[in-house]
Design a protein. Structure first.
Length: 376
């Protein structure tokens, strides 16, 4: 058995690594994907293009505008003078926010009357619009508070120290609340999933297309030996990709790894049991590489969307939340983010690891059973 598996491993490594384009797909493309995802997949809202529609032109209105411009959230790109210009700026995408102050803004403030400031937000992207509206409300609230304090000091003089409640927030594990620290570790799972599924499913189908499957069937090799010979090379390549992508994430993006890297490799091994098994199952239902590729994406896209990588699972319908328990990527993402950001170990992550072990064992058992029928 050892000799048969050994020759299968050598054959697979030669077949995969002899093609320069395949080597680029295995080792260069993951790095490119990580860099693209690292910069593109972010929910941070900074320097939103903003237009100012100031009908008052007073010192008070300019002070409020300066507060918006001084924050890192809004970037004043133009000043407009009519309603038509405001509509045109948003329609053409030049700005996403219009800050409008009506005439009499400063006079109303001096008279002690409540003044309304309008913030028009492009709501095409509801998530970004909600964040922008929240930032605008906070800036306006701080400005209103400063005016109130100044008015009280003018009436009563400087107020002595008074008791009160001060809210101080602390964000654990991601102190600066940077979304890149949340998404970059998730890219490791995305890349490992895609590579293992594609390589495993298409490698077996390629044997069918070029006619070598019939030659394998007449050899003494058993289905288990065949599965080992097909999956072990891709598992080793996936480990290399995990180390490579993790190193780029740490050195390029500055994402911390607070946990034990050995736990990450252990969890990766458990996760590979599932992805390699799914790839083998897909290959048993496919006769061409095109069919294998389509089958891979039919599994990959729902797995990514239901993993919590981009959308919180808690926000999904209850039925969909139950379906996510069958998604191995869900557990792997919890493990990766726990190791990267929280620094936790097996004592905390063992339920997710156990789930991966159960899913991986079941998937490999199904793949082995399917291959027995295929090779019979």
């Amino acid at each position: 058995m050892r000799e048969r598996v050994k020759h299968m491993l050598i054959k697979e490594f030669i077949q995969v690594l002899r093609d320069p384009r395949m080597r680029a797909v295995l080792f260069v493309l993951p790095v490119v994907q990580l860099i693209v995802f690292g910069y593109a997949v972010t929910t941070d809202v900074k320097r939103v293009a903003t237009a100012v529609y100031d009908l008052d032109g007073s010192v008070a209105s300019r002070e409020l505008v300066s507060r918006f411009a001084g924050s890192r959230y809004f970037h004043i790109v133009e000043y407009i003078a009519t309603d038509g210009e405001a509509r045109d700026a948003i329609d053409h995408g030049r700005v996403s926010v219009v800050l409008r102050m009506n005439a009499g803004f400063e006079n109303d403030l001096r008279a002690g009357r409540t003044v309304q400031v309008q913030v028009i937000v492009d709501g095409s992207d509801s998530n970004t619009a909600g964040i922008v509206a929240n930032y605008a409300a906070r800036i306006a609230a701080q400005y209103s508070e400063s005016l109130l304090v100044a008015r009280l000091e003018r009436l009563r003089g400087p107020a002595p120290g008074q008791s009160g409640v001060t809210l101080e927030t602390r964000a654990w594990f991601n102190e600066n609340l940077e979304s890149i620290n949340f998404y970059v570790p998730g890219v490791v799972a995305i890349i490992v999933t895609l590579i293992t599924l594609l390589l495993t499913s298409m490698a077996v189908v390629r044997e069918k297309e070029i006619g070598t499957m019939e030659q394998i069937m007449v050899t003494p090799i058993t289905p288990i030996e065949f599965i080992l010979g097909k999956t072990v090379p891709f598992a080793l390549i996936s480990f290399v990709d995990v180390i490579l992508v993790t190193s780029i994430g740490v050195l390029w993006f500055g994402v911390p790894v607070r946990g034990n890297p050995l736990v990450l490799l252990l969890a990766t091994g458990l996760y590979l049991m599932t992805t390699l098994g799914v790839g083998l199952v897909i290959s048993t239902f496919s006769n061409t590489q095109q069919q294998a590729m389509m089958g891979t994406f039919f599994f990959y896209m729902p797995a990514m969307l239901l993993s919590g990588f981009m959308f919180p699972i808690a926000n999904m319908p209850t039925v969909v939340q139950w379906l996510t328990f069958l998604n191995p990527m869900r557990y792997f993402l919890v493990i990766i983010r726990g190791i990267f950001l929280k620094g936790v170990g097996v004592s905390v992550l063992w339920p997710q690891m156990l789930a991966l072990a159960v899913l991986g064992t079941a998937t490999l058992a199904l793949a082995s059973r399917r291959f027995r029928k295929t090779l019979a």
